[in-house]
Design a protein around this ligand. Structure first.
Ligand code: ATP
Ligand code: MG
Length: 355
C-alpha cells in the first residue's frame, strides 16, 4: 500500500547504525507493525528518486530468508525504508545479551543466510555486500532472515560517500580492491559464524581480551603500534571522506583527524595472516570447523558460492528439537523434482550457555 510518513506512529527505537536509525512503528490505517529505517542521504533530488526506484526491486524479493519489504518513500532529507519487523532483533544484539550462541543454532543461521544469499543471487542477481550479525534478524517464530542487502547501486554509492561502508567483515580480495562477488559474502558469513559461536568478534588481540573490532567505523583511535585491536567506544560519528567513489579505491580511504593505521593494520592482517578459525580445536564439532574453514578460504577461487555450499549437503549440524529434512536447491525453487535427504547431524553436546 501507499506509505506516508504521517501514517506511521513511532513506537520504539530499535537501533542505530552508520547508515541511519531504525524504529519500530505502527502503520496506523492498518495497524501493521513495521521497522522503519531512516537513511540520511546527502544527494541531489534526481539521485534520491533513482534510489527510490531501485529500492522497488525489494517488492519482488520474496523468500522466507529475506526480510520483506513494505515500501520506501522520501521524507526530506531522508529516505525511509519500511520493512518487516523482527521482534527478536539482530544476532549481534542477541549474543551480546546471552553470550555465545549454541553451535546448532549457528548451523541454522548458516543455512538461512546461504538460502537467502542463493535466492538473492539466483533469482535477482543481487549480491548482499553486508553480511554481519547485525544484518541477520530473528523473530519469535524462530525464523532467521537477512536484511540490508545491496539492492540499490545509487544507495550504495551515496552511503559510500560517507565513511561507513568499510567493514571488518570484508573479504581479503575486497580489501585488495577486487570486485564484489557472492563469494565475498561467504567470507563475511564465515567471520559472522565464528563471532556468534565464540560470542565475540574473531579479530581481537587475544582470547581474554574483549576488544572488538566489529564496530570501529568512524571511531578510529590513534595508532597503537604492534596492535591490531581497537577497544572502541560505541559512539559512531558519521565521518565524511572526500573520496567520491570508494568502490574504486582499494579498501578504505581514511582521511582526517583521528583516522589512523590501526584499521589499516587490521585490514592488512586480514589480507596477510591466516584466516580466523573456530577455536580452540575440539570445542566445536568437526563439521562446524570445516564448514567455517571453507567459508574462510582466502583464495576466492577456492571458496565456494552460497549455492555450492548448500548443495548437495547442508552446512553442518541442523539438529534442533524438530527433525529436519532437507531439500535440494531445485526443489526449493520448484525447478524440477528432486530427492529429499535428511540432514547429517553430530552428537549433541552440552554447552555452557548463559541464557
Ligand atoms: P551498520 O549501519 O553498520 O550496518 P547496523 O546493521 O547495526 O549497522 P542498522 O541497519 O541501521 O545498523 O540497524 C540498526 C539496528 O536496528 C540493528 O542492529 C537491529 O538490531 C535493528 N533492526 C534493523 N532492522 C530491523 C528489523 N527489520 N526488525 C527489528 N530490528 C531491526
Ligand atoms: Mg543493518
Amino acid at each position: 500500500f501507499d506509505l506516508r510518513n504521517d501514517d506511521l506512529k513511532d513506537m520504539q527505537e530499535l537501533g542505530q547504525g552508520n547508515g541511519g536509525s531504525v524504529k519500530k512503528v505502527e502503520h496506523t490505517p492498518t495497524g501493521t507493525i513495521m521497522a522503519k529505517k531512516i537513511v540520511l542521504i546527502d544527494a541531489k533530488p534526481s539521485v534520491r528518486k533513482q534510489i527510490l526506484r531501485e529500492l522497488q526491486i525489494m517488492h519482488d524479493c520474496k523468500s522466507k530468508y529475506i526480510i520483506s519489504f513494505w515500501g520506501a518513500f522520501l521524507a526530506d532529507p531522508n529516505i525511509c525504508i519500511c520493512m518487516e519487523f523482527m521482534d527478536k532483533g539482530s544476532l549481534d544484539g542477541i549474543y551480546k545479551k546471552i553470550g555465545p550462541i549454541d553451535i546448532d543454532v549457528v548451523g541454522q543461521v548458516a543455512l538461512a543466510v546461504l538460502e537467502g544469499l542463493t535466492y538473492l543471487y539466483d533469482i535477482h542477481r543481487i549480491i548482499h555486500r553486508d553480511i554481519k550479525p547485525s544484518n541477520i534478524l530473528c523473530n519469535s517464530r524462530g525464523e532467521i532472515k537477512i536484511c540490508d542487502f545491496g539492492v540499490s547501486g545509487e544507495l550504495i554509492n551515496s552511503i559510500a560517500d560517507t565513511f561507513v561502508g568499510t567493514s571488518t567483515y570484508m573479504s581479503p580480495e575486497r580489501i585488495q580492491g577486487a570486485q564484489y562477488t557472492v563469494k565475498s559474502d561467504v567470507w563475511s558469513l564465515g567471520v559472522s559464524l565464528i563471532e556468534l559461536a565464540l560470542g565475540r568478534f574473531p579479530f581481537s588481540e587475544s582470547d581474554d581480551s574483549d576488544s572488538d573490532l566489529s564496530d570501529f567505523e568512524g571511531t578510529l583511535s590513534p595508532a597503537r603500534p604492534g596492535s591490531i585491536a581497537l577497544g572502541l567506544p560505541p559512539p559512531r560519528p558519521r565521518v565524511k571522506t572526500q573520496k567520491k567513489d570508494k568502490r574504486k579505491s582499494k579498501g578504505v580511504s581514511l582521511q582526517g583527524g583521528g583516522m589512523t593505521m590501526s584499521i589499516l593494520e587490521l585490514l592488512q592482517h586480514i589480507v596477510n595472516e591466516p584466516a580466523p578459525r573456530l577455536t580452540p580445536e575440539g570445542r566445536f564439532p568437526r563439521e562446524a570447523e570445516e564448514f567455517v574453514d571453507s567459508c574462510l578460504l582466502k583464495d576466492p577461487d577456492a571458496r565456494k558460492t552460497p549455492k555450492d555450499l548448500l548443495t548437495p549437503r547442508i552446512p553442518f549440524s541442523l539438529r534442533s528439537p524438530i527433525h529436519h529434512t532437507h531439500t535440494t536447491y531445485a526443489q526449493r525453487y520448484h525447478i524440477q523434482p528432486a530427492i529429499t535427504y535428511s540432514a547429517p547431524g553430530f552428537p549433541s553436546r552440552k554447552r555452557n550457555r548463559r541464557a
